[in-house]
Write a protein that binds this ligand. Structure first.
Ligand code: MTE
Ligand code: MO
Length: 435
């Protein structure tokens, strides 16, 4: 038995459905991983790395996990984010920190599956290759992409496929996101469509496959961290982008800079960071993260907690409708006599637009419509405000639910249980005490 695998490693293996293979990782390779991990974390090389015995855990890593505050600071993140995974680093944004119209960089969630690459040298020289079912493979530098194609800026939600996972009962495996594996940023770049069309899309192409520069946690050089893709149709949408700016700043390294994909409305894992290669395929892509129960939901309901054998799974495409209360924060206490409360929040819904948002202060007996802000463009989230009257002092729960343009709303508890916990979108609620 391999005793060197940390629970975090196992968790991420499970999440990407790489568990059988990951179990074969031996101590020597773990040694390499630790070296690579320390190098990445410290940003320095280890002069005597070749002397480190296989299986030895460098002292810098001997303590399991890092200090969450230090990890957030190192990633340039607000100390209020919650670190829900340390190796790889995963941090979510509590709902009350999603109170800005555009999520500031320091509040934007982070999800790493592997060891982020060291990016050195001129970012303009970053290369992206488009190949597979194309007329001829083409490699573009970032400078060439900027020069050749029309620039677009869209404010769009990026949301982890597992957002809401912690609401499943029994617990589903993977990072225990609440509602904070999402943010809404301004992305600047070029349309993926323009680039693929310039290369020449082959008539057999039906699917994309995405590859990046980060390294697998095992340290094996030729092993992909994650490689997802989308139906060609989605890749050719107006809003599917190759982005080099986030909120008008150079795309931060932690978010995939210098260049990443942004495939809005679908699981964040399709939005490949540090993207190096996009392969057009004539079959549905089958890279790590595409098969088994990864980013898939059962075609027909499963008994919660049961085994997936024999169950048909479908690829999760559009994310489900979700809404949050971003103010007040859960657990807010207000002075006795407070009778009116201003609420703010956001709602978004994968591919479909948001139709309405409602709030309740009486455990769902009655609902009141919130005022919706206009969206800037498709895939922007819909900010909302409401003012509620509180009849007396006491303990209240404020509930929110959104309905999308197809009339689909949010359940009271996470439904359609699945082994890796996708699609959990129960109504968000916050406790408010007037006393
Ligand atoms: N190269 C690469 N791209 C990646 C990932 C990764 O681990 N490596 N994680 C994916 C997942 S699962 C999500 S949810 C988003 C998170 O993007 P963010 O860290 O910029 O918020 O990036 C996606 N792109
Ligand atoms: Mo994700």
């Amino acid at each position: 038995m391999d005793t060197t695998r940390s629970p975090e490693d196992q968790k991420q293996s499970n999440e990407n459905d790489l568990a059988p293979d990951a179990a074969a990782i031996d101590a020597g390779r773990r040694g390499f991983l630790r070296v690579a991990g320390v190098t990445a974390a410290l940003g320095v090389s280890i002069p005597f790395a070749s002397n480190i015995p296989g299986g030895l855990i460098p002292a810098a890593y001997a303590q399991s996990g890092g200090d969450p505050a230090e990890m957030l600071a190192e990633a340039g993140k607000d100390p209020g984010l919650s670190v829900i995974g340390d190796r790889p680093f995963v941090a979510e944004t509590p709902e009350h920190l999603l109170d800005d119209d555009t999520t500031p960089l320091e509040k934007f969630f982070v999800r790493q599956n592997g060891i982020p690459p060291e990016v050195t040298g001129d970012p303009e020289a970053w290369e992206l290759t488009i190949e597979g079912e194309v007329d001829e493979p083409v490699t573009f530098t970032l400078a060439e992409l900027k020069e050749r194609f029309e620039h677009v800026t869209n404010r769009m939600v990026l949301e982890c496929g597992g957002n809401g996972r912690s609401f499943f009962d029994p617990p589903a495996r993977g990072n225990q996101w609440t509602n904070g594996g999402a943010g809404c940023a301004e992305w600047t770049g070029v349309r993926l469509k323009d680039v693929l069309e310039a290369v020449g899309i082959g008539s057999a192409a039906i699917y994309t496959a995405h590859y990046g520069a980060d390294q697998h946690l095992s340290g094996e050089a030729d092993r992909e961290v994650i490689s997802r893709g989308v139906r060609l149709e989605k890749a050719l949408e107006e809003h599917s982008m190759l982005a080099w700016e986030m909120n008008r700043e150079p795309l931060p390294h932690v978010h995939g800079g210098p260049l990443r994909l942004v495939i809005p409305g679908w699981p964040g894992s399709a939005s490949h960071k540090w993207v190096k290669r996009i392969v057009l395929r004539d079959v549905e892509h089958d890279g790590p993260g595409m098969t088994g129960t990864s980013y898939r939901v059962p075609a027909t309901p499963m008994v919660p907690g049961s085994e997936p054998e024999g169950v048909e799974f479908l690829i999760l495409e559009s994310m489900p409708v979700r809404s949050i209360i971003s103010s007040p924060a859960n657990g807010t206490q207000l002075p006795a006599g407070t009778r009116s409360l201003e609420l703010r929040g956001a709602a978004w819904g994968g591919d479909p637009a948001i139709e309405n948002v409602e709030v309740s202060i009486d455990f769902g007996a009655t609902w009141q419509e919130a005022d919706l802000q206009e969206t800037r463009n498709r895939y922007d989230w819909r900010r909302w405000t409401a003012e509620v009257e509180l009849p007396t002092d006491g303990y209240y729960e404020i509930w929110v639910r959104a309905t999308d343009e197809n009339g689909v709303s949010q359940p009271h508890i996470a439904g359609n249980w699945n082994p890796q916990g996708y699609g959990g979108n129960p109504m968000h609620r916050v406790a408010v005490l007037i006393a």
